[in-house]
Design a protein around this ligand. Structure first.
Ligand SMILES: [Zn+2]
Length: 343
């Protein structure tokens, strides 16, 4: 190949190497390989070349043309590869970044206790019953053996409404409503979780709190059955080491009545701040259903006996989770509520 052709190839090589984008490269390629390019000029000179050298000359020009085409081809491929690499880099997804999971709430400690106790009692064959929160004097007091002049009414300072109704001061009216419901066959076992209202307000009392009332009626339901049920419930809530203690008490709707304490799960009976040094924590009231309550609600008191108990939901949650103030249940304090997990 003569020097002139070599120069053209070298110049094409040098210029192509300096190009950084494809349109410029294509323009440059057209400049070298187009009709007005240096290689076309060589072909035009063909007619002036002596006949015996024409074949060799033609071969040299063709060879130079092939080389220039190859130069531009490889430059084009290099630019394409570079552009692809840049695009991949630009659009790279960092798979090590944490994802955006859905935000879910947590279960309120009050609800957790309701769920726990419901699980336990349903497992024991109890049925969950519900009732109105605005209750009549009759269901809230009268048919639970608390007549108008009974001093036990003073134990439940209530919110009375116009027309003689009140915000129910306990969940016991649901018991009376169930006993009077003739579609429900005896014997039966029910629990009644729900909100109740009293005019109370300090660190352990709120005007609104939750109760789960339980009632078991059968021909041979006994105090021993009641004590076993409550002892099992404590072990379910507080662990196998939990013990129950029963003391005599008074409620107008049960006879005999008992107060029930659980062994302190902080100190296991040694005495600490939680149990005020006694080793026991007062948890609930219970007893055998007073036959007068049966009579007031149309149940044969000669044939049937039963036991009942009332558990404070908020109080149980305070004990289980170490909560110091009952008002925390109603303050919508997210950092407080988020401690309780999703189940
Ligand atoms: Zn203790």
């Amino acid at each position: 190949m003569d020097n002139e052709l070599k120069q053209v190839v070298e110049q094409a090589q040098a210029e192509a190497a300096g190009v950084s984008d494809i349109p410029t490269l294509q323009a440059l390629r057209a400049k070298y390989l187009g009709k007005k390019g240096p290689l076309a000029a060589f072909f035009a000179r063909m007619k002036d070349v002596p006949a015996d050298q024409r074949r060799a000359f033609g071969q040299s020009v063709n060879e130079a043309r092939s080389q220039v085409e190859a130069i531009f081809q490889s430059a084009h491929e290099a630019l394409e590869a570079k552009a692809l690499a840049a695009k991949l880099e630009r659009e790279r997804v960092d798979i090590t970044l944490p994802g955006h999971g859905p935000v879910t709430g947590t279960v309120h400690p009050y609800t957790k206790v309701v769920n726990l106790l419901t699980d336990f009692f349903v497992g024991q064959g109890y049925v969950v019953k519900d009732g109105p929160e605005v209750e009549s004097d009759y269901f809230n007091f009268e048919c639970l053996n608390i007549p108008a002049d009974h001093p036990a009414r003073d134990m439940q300072d209530s919110f009375f409404l116009e027309g003689g109704n009140l915000l129910r001061s306990h969940t016991s009216p649901v018991q009376a409503r169930t006993m009077q419901d003739h579609t429900i066959e005896l014997p039966f076992k029910i629990i009644c979780p729900g909100k109740v209202y009293r005019r109370d307000n300090d660190a352990t009392h709120s005007h609104q709190f939750g109760q789960i009332e339980g009632l078991c009626i059968g021909e041979d339901a006994s105090l021993a059955n009641l004590e076993r049920t409550l002892t099992d419930m404590f072990k379910y809530l507080f662990g196998d080491k939990a013990e129950a203690r029963f003391r005599p008490s008074f409620f107008p709707f049960t006879e005999p009545s008992i107060e029930c304490d659980v062994s302190c799960f902080e100190c296991h009976g040694k005495g600490c701040g939680l149990c005020k040094g006694s080793g026991w924590i007062e948890v609930l009231g219970a007893g055998m259903v007073n036959p007068d309550v049966f009579r007031l609600n149309g149940i044969d008191a000669e044939k049937y006996q039963g036991f009942a108990f009332g558990i404070g939901i908020d109080r149980m949650a305070m004990l289980l989770y170490g909560i110091d103030d009952i008002h925390r249940f109603y303050q919508d304090d997210l950092p407080f509520l988020k401690q309780f997990g999703k189940r």
